[in-house]
Design a binder for this molecule. Structure first.
Ligand SMILES: NC(=O)c1ccc[n+]([C@@H]2O[C@H](COP(=O)([O-])OP(=O)(O)OC[C@H]3O[C@@H](n4cnc5c(N)ncnc54)[C@H](O)[C@@H]3O)[C@@H](O)[C@H]2O)c1
Length: 249
């Protein structure tokens, strides 16, 4: 797909990888609308980057997604591209053995991560693709997954959510290709972002980098380039594009 003048929705575009995707897509001439729950961040983003629109929306809340996408469709019509990027990183094992004894994974944290990282992808895609199909728009959906989908010790909920995202990617490619809609995923490895720095201590980060054959973290622009590539290459479908420096081989 040629991106110039295409209507693109990016969720979680205020900071981190999403922010870099918004900048790359806008530089390609796309009309990018950002859905994010960070109201102050959206206001700042709208002033600094050439975005077409900013929508305050918690994408883990189905009613909020249905209302926000309906407003978007009234104003702009069907989107050509949806990038499901919003998500939260959460690290916790099933069982933790600590000074307080044996402790199990918190059920509320499980629900929160599944809602933010998996249900959000389902809600946004259902609402946005429904309009694409109704208007016979030939579109693309890009889901941001993670190498943790393969199963990462210490990340029960996050790994499960991202494995679910990969399964939805394959399922929807099979369902929607006949309607001219491609669905694919990009799975970053450990990338140089605020969220990575917030989630991993300096010591853990050093150990992680040692496991990457390229001996470094990914750069946000390399992930954003991957998203652009997946959108532009019309034969990439149903698959996960892994950008991890060779971490999982
Ligand atoms: N950073 C990494 O190393 C890395 C690695 C693999 C996968 N990922 C994936 O990439 C995506 C982006 O990660 P990041 O590191 O840039 O995160 P981040 O925390 O830096 O940014 C996430 C953005 O999403 C928004 N957001 C979060 N929950 C939301 C919700 N419920 N509704 C609307 N907006 C919401 C936040 O406000 C923020 O703008 C995530 O899906 C993450 O799982 C990141």
């Amino acid at each position: 797909m040629e991106l110039r003048d295409k209507k693109v929705i990016v969720t979680g575009g205020v900071r981190g990888l999403g922010r870099r995707m918004v900048e790359r897509l806008a530089a390609k001439g796309a009309r990018v609308t950002v859905f994010d729950l960070d109201a102050a961040g959206l206001e700042e983003l709208g002033r600094r980057v050439g975005v077409a629109g900013c929508v305050e929306c918690d994408v883990s809340d189905y009613e909020a997604v249905a209302a926000a996408t309906a407003r978007y469709h009234d104003e702009s019509g069907a989107a050509d591209v949806l990038v499901n990027n919003a998500g939260i990183l959460h690290s916790a094992p099933l069982i933790r053995i600590g000074p307080a004894g044996v402790e199990r994974h918190d059920a509320a944290a499980w629900q929160r991560v599944l809602a933010a990282d998996l249900s959000s992808v389902f809600y946004m895609t259902a609402c946005v693709v429904e309009k694409m199909v109704a208007t016979r728009t030939r579109g693309v959906v890009v889901n941001i997954s993670s190498v943790s989908a393969a199963g990462n010790a210490g990340q029960s909920a996050y790994s499960a959510a991202k494995a679910g995202v990969n399964a939805l990617t394959a399922t929807w490619a099979k369902e929607l290709s006949m309607m001219g809609i491609r669905v694919a995923a990009v799975a970053p490895g450990f990338t140089e972002t605020e969220s990575t720095r917030e989630a991993l201590s300096e010591a853990v980060l050093k150990e992680t980098i040692k496991r990457v054959p390229l001996r470094r973290l990914g750069r946000p622009e390399e992930i954003a380039d991957g998203v652009v590539h997946v959108i532009e290459n019309d034969f990439f479908n149903g698959k996960v594009f892994e950008l991890d420096g060779g971490l999982i081989l």
